[in-house]
Design a protein around this ligand. Sequence first.
Ligand SMILES: [Zn+2]
Length: 278
Amino acid sequence: MVIPGAEYAVIGGSGTFKICFPEELHLNGVEVSGEDLVFDTPYGKSPPFKLLQVAGEDGGSFQVLTCKMHGWRQGVARGVASQQVFWVLREAGVKRIIAEGGVGAINHLLKPRDVVIPDDYMDFSMRKDTGLEDRYLLVMRDALCPEIRECLVQIAEKDPVYRVFDRGTYVVTDGRHFESPAEVNLFRIGGGDVVGQSLCPEVYLAREIGACYAGVYLVVNHAEGVAEPWRHQELEEIFYTEGYALGKLIIQTLRALSRVRNCSCHDLRKETLLKGIY
Ligand SMILES: [Zn+2]
């Protein structure tokens, strides 16, 4: 199947997992022009994508590729799923990516249903060697696009339902299990605010394909040992009910973004100095 051109991508996570995104949002100006699009990649068949046609606030329209749950699925290692997803996004010409997901609160000032738009991360996952090629030196300064983050914050703050945090450090672990109290304490001492399993390697792969990347994350529980023990029922309620607001926030942000990039993300990908080694 030929990969369609698209400048934008939405990588769905646990926030929108339980809804049919974007159809169930019933938004005017958002059309699904393709679904169940599976592409051959050098890493195996991609997860299914949808192609959206979205009307921008400026009167123009643009295409968005989207997949569910970071492309993770049974029988495919998570790092490989990310390579499949980002190979497709590169071939499509994607230049801006918004991801979402649920996170646990390490910072004890956070509580369930808070929205965090992180500005940095710490990678404690083992999925390190998950690039597409070895051509680039990737500078991870401002790894989360400042321009997309600012736009996400502005739109999120208009919704009085949420407390919105416009910065924070996202700690990445492998999963699928949650973290132990001692691990969470280490992350807290190190300056982590929330913990999740998806930001890496996506943030590296985005930089490698020359795309801006930012994420919006919903606190679904306290990490172990922070505040009181979390309740599975509350986690389930958030999982099943918050997808609509998160999905709308992402579409509204895509619409509101300036069509021209005004950030420096693309300057933070340099040619490797290690030519000849690989
Ligand atoms: Zn950027």
